[in-house]
Ligand binder design. Structure first.
Ligand code: NAD
Length: 496
């Protein structure tokens, strides 16, 4: 049996399912209202339930966050003290990483190896923003008025609403909570209805760290109910959202009516571009990890593989071989390469896109079906899938699937690669594989995406700004730019 440092246990119901409540004003509340089942993608069976929150719960949580922002322990803390508190959370996350990863795995079925890396990343958000809390210096600005002094300071906004998806619940929430708190805001978080449990476990660590009541609150439930009520609440100043483009657009429209600030981290259809002169094996690894990591359920998935004519056939042949040999299994087994799809609706969506691609004339060269895995007979598995002869105007090359489906597109030269790469509504990330440094720099300049990886794919760090061009979003997370999103600049004029 796995051993974890002890955390206060969550109650269970008569069937043995864990009963998660909401976390409002420093306490776990609301076990008796309507509930939503949470199921395990490995077994297909329910393992927990969460509260189906209401607009009243949202109001309670926002009021608590507003009170915590305006009076009591939180505004009395200075930036260095907030920093120390965040670093304490980082230590607790590190200490309980295995437990958090275990709960996250039950919710979304991710591989243990990926989860342990993600838990390290998550602790880093608290360490990094804990360090940055007292370093957001303002400026003194020379004026043309004698005896008048002008300076700027960074100030927090107030109550920040964070809304997150199911693919990386803890890291994506922490990417928002850590800078929001470092800046002095308070938070109401709404995790995905499919994966709320790990965030509620994290709140136990926030209690242990001594985060004052009301500074962070978690409301659970459906996007159209709890999410929409949160976006609408007049006391919410900023919305930090990660999720799909449709919900993102709706939230942006709703927020505009009250001039609320938004950070929107939306989807992608990222091009991974391999030139004839690339290091073949390195690019092959990058193409495979680019699309098939986390079964393609990542916003930065390199779902369009652009192969130059001279390398195309040989590269495709190797890809098909690798996709065909992938090992399916339980995500906790270190030998497993392909974990299940996180939710049943997502599996249906992935399957439906195979038909879309075939109807548009793409050629299926690998996968294309649900996979039966004997050790997890009811698991939600899908085969790594590759379409060749894809035209960039086909739906399979334009729409985000969020699954293990790769579209392979042939190109002749650099200009054509740039044109294809940019001919899409999204602009989240891109990969370029070449041994020519001048070409690498030209491509990095010409591809319209928030992140460009040259001869690597998926490198990210809390220190580096991350976000999208075009329909992939608004604003940036991570780095100093990410912290500024949670602050207003105030300009003070002082006559002496
Ligand atoms: P989703 O948009 O369906 O849901 C995301 C969150 O928004 C959930 O908590 C949901 O309950 C809530 N929500 C839905 N409708 C809402 C509304 N009208 N008002 C308020 N809240 C609402 O996305 P998902 O299916 O959970 O996640 C997958 C998507 O997330 C993909 O499109 C993926 O690209 C994107 N994603 C983006 C990034 C990034 O950093 N750019 C990272 C991970 C995932």
């Amino acid at each position: 049996a796995q051993q974890f440092p002890k955390l206060p246990p969550t109650a269970t119901d008569a069937q043995g399912h864990l009963v998660y409540t909401q976390f409002i004003d420093g306490g776990f509340t609301g076990a008796d209202g309507a509930r939503l089942a949470t199921s395990d993608p490995v077994t297909g069976r329910q393992w927990a339930s969460i509260a189906r929150g209401t607009a009243q719960d949202v109001d309670k949580a926002v009021q608590a966050a507003h009170r915590a922002f305006t009076r009591g322990a939180w505004p009395a803390m200075n930036a260095s003290q907030r920093g120390a508190l965040l670093r304490r959370i980082g230590d607790l996350v590190t200490e309980h990483a295995e437990w958090l990863a275990h709960v996250e795995q039950r919710d979304n079925g991710k591989l243990s190896a990926e989860l342990s890396m993600q838990m390290r990343y998550m602790a880093n958000y608290y360490y990094y923003y804990g360090g940055l809390a007292d370093k957001m210096e303002g400026t003194v600005i020379p004026t043309d008025k004698p005896g008048v002094f002008n300076y700027t300071v960074y100030e927090p906004l107030g109550v920040v609403a964070c809304i997150t998806p199911w693919n990386s619940p803890l890291p994506l929430a922490s990417m928002k909570i850590a800078p929001a708190l470092a800046a002095g805001n308070t938070v109401v978080l709404k995790p995905s209805e499919f994966t709320s449990a790990s965030l509620l476990e994290l709140m136990k660590l926030f209690q242990l760290a001594g985060v004052p009541d009301g500074v962070v609150n978690v409301v659970t439930g459906l996007g159209a109910e709890v999410g929409a009520a949160l976006v609408d609440h007049p006391l919410v100043q900023r919305i930090a959202f990660t999720g799909g483009p449709e919900a993102g657009q709706r939230i942006n429209e709703q927020a505009a009516s009250r001039m609320k600030r938004v950070t929107l981290e939306l989807g992608g259809k990222s091009p991974n571009i391999v030139f004839d002169d690339a290091d073949f094996e390195q690019a092959l690894k990058g193409a495979v990890a680019g699309i098939f990591a986390a079964s393609g359920q990542t916003c930065v998935a390199g779902s369009r593989l652009l192969l130059q004519d001279g390398i195309h056939d040989r590269f495709l042949e190797r890809l098909v071989e690798i996709a065909g040999n992938a090992r399916f299994g339980h995500p906790a087994d270190p030998q497993t390469q392909v974990a299940p799809i996180s939710t049943a609706p997502q599996l249906d969506k992935i399957e439906s896109y195979v038909q879309v691609a075939l109807a548009d004339g793409a050629r299926l060269v690998a996968g294309g079906k649900r996979a039966h895995v004997p050790e997890c007979p009811d698991g939600l598995f899908f085969q790594p899938t590759i379409f060749a002869d894809v035209d960039n105007r086909m739906r399979i090359a334009q729409e985000e699937v969020f699954g293990p489906i790769l579209s392979v597109i042939r190109f002749q030269d650099e200009d054509e690669a740039v044109a294809i790469a940019n001919d899409v509504d999204f602009g989240l990330a891109a990969g370029v594989w070449t041994t020519s440094m001048p070409r690498a720099l030209r491509m990095a300049g010409k591809v319209r995406a928030g992140t460009v990886w040259v001869n690597n794919y998926r490198s990210t760090s809390v220190t580096s700004p991350f976000g999208g061009f075009k329909m992939s979003g608004v604003g940036r997370e991570c780095g100093i730019a990410g912290m500024r999103e949670y602050m207003e600049i105030k300009s003070v004029w002082l006559s002496m």
